[in-house]
Design a protein. Structure first.
Length: 364
């Protein structure tokens, strides 16, 4: 799809305030994919203000935020934004909000700069808003102000859509994450007779449900739990059950191989926006057990797996038992692949974003 810009006869200019790899993250990967996809489009050009982490947090996933490092990073981001507004003359600035609280305030300052220059603004909430702001009156006020500064607000799940409407009175547009069509399983997945290999992809830490995974591994000692992703320093790996295998950070190809060779995807995370890990599992046709947070329920709909309450190990245990029969997992697998193909591939989602840009600029 080409952006309709006949009236202006020039490229629509977008600045993305968003992280780029390294380090690799869901938001950073999204940013790179958007840039790559639009690279050969005739009527849109994208520049970025890179918000990627620096210092110790670049090397360790659970490093404490250093105020001085965060302050320097914010100054760098704000300075870069001002410079790029002057040199690039964007039509729209698109902010991908971080999941951290400090970054949310920084993005509010970015939004103020954008509107002071009379530029259209898109605010894209990349995490579950209510989980991010918690009970902080200050952060809730920041989100309210951001929502009112924006020409369009984008959210990743229904929880965020309802919460934003509740606190700010502003409507928002649901825009899911996406996956390349090449990652979609082309043929019917080969389903095993029983569940032997259970996989997880993400940061191996408490907030992602690692303690629940450990509990389940003890209940199912005859099954192997393979966990891919950086491991938190707070986890004592010497005390893990023998049927838990830590793969560490692995590349995209090895993640795909892990999912293809698994019988079940376990995703007991405590908070999410629209998880790429679950999306990749669905694209491979791998039935999942996921907690009722973020977009998980919207994605699986109880047809591609089982939704359980977070922390509820007993329900997770029963879900594994329920999914043992081959025919149940086979039906779920077929449904998942079809859903991803119809709703979540890049060529379906990104054109919707470009249509939002057009609407904001009133291009027809």
């Amino acid at each position: 799809m080409e952006v309709k810009n006949i009236m202006l006869n020039r490229k629509i200019r977008i600045i993305l305030i968003s992280p780029l790899p390294p380090p690799v993250s869901g938001i950073a990967s999204w940013t790179k994919r958007i840039i790559d996809w639009t690279a050969d489009k005739k009527n849109i050009v994208i520049d970025t203000v890179n918000t990627a982490v620096i210092g110790k947090r670049l090397k360790k996933i659970n490093s404490r935020r250093n105020f001085f490092e965060e302050f320097l990073r914010s100054i760098k981001i704000l300075t870069s934004l001002k410079k790029k507004i002057f040199l690039f003359s964007p039509d729209i600035v698109h902010i991908n909000t971080p999941c951290g609280k400090f970054g949310l305030y920084r993005d509010f300052l970015c939004a103020k700069i954008v509107k002071r220059n009379n530029i259209k603004l898109v605010v894209h909430y990349r995490c579950n808003i209510e989980d991010q702001v918690g009970k902080s009156k200050f952060l809730n006020r920041i989100v309210i102000k951001l929502a009112h500064l924006a020409d369009e607000n984008l959210v990743l799940n229904d929880f965020s859509k309802k919460y934003l409407k509740k606190i700010s009175g502003k409507d928002s547009i649901f825009l899911p994450n996406f996956i390349e069509s090449e990652a979609l399983t082309k043929e019917k997945r080969n389903i095993s007779q029983s569940i032997q290999n259970i996989s997880f992809v993400g940061h191996v830490q408490e907030s992602k449900g690692i303690l629940e995974i450990i509990s389940l591994s003890k209940k199912f000692s005859n099954k192997t739990f393979k966990l891919a992703g950086p491991v938190s320093d707070s986890l004592d790996i010497s005390r893990l059950p023998k049927n838990i295998v830590l793969l560490g950070s692995i590349d995209k190809k090895k993640v795909s191989e892990l999912l293809i060779n698994s019988d079940l995807f376990l995703f007991p995370t405590h908070s999410e926006g629209f998880p790429n890990a679950l999306l990749e599992a669905m694209a491979s046709g791998l039935p999942a057990i996921a907690t009722d947070v973020g977009a998980n329920r919207d994605m699986l709909e109880d047809k591609g797996g089982v939704i359980v309450s977070k922390f509820d190990v007993d329900k997770m245990e029963k879900a594994i038992q329920y999914l043992e029969p081959k025919d149940i997992r086979e039906e779920m697998s077929i449904w998942e692949i079809k859903k991803v193909k119809n709703e979540y591939i890049l060529d379906r989602v990104v054109p919707r974003l470009l249509e939002i840009y057009e609407k904001i600029l009133k291009i027809s």
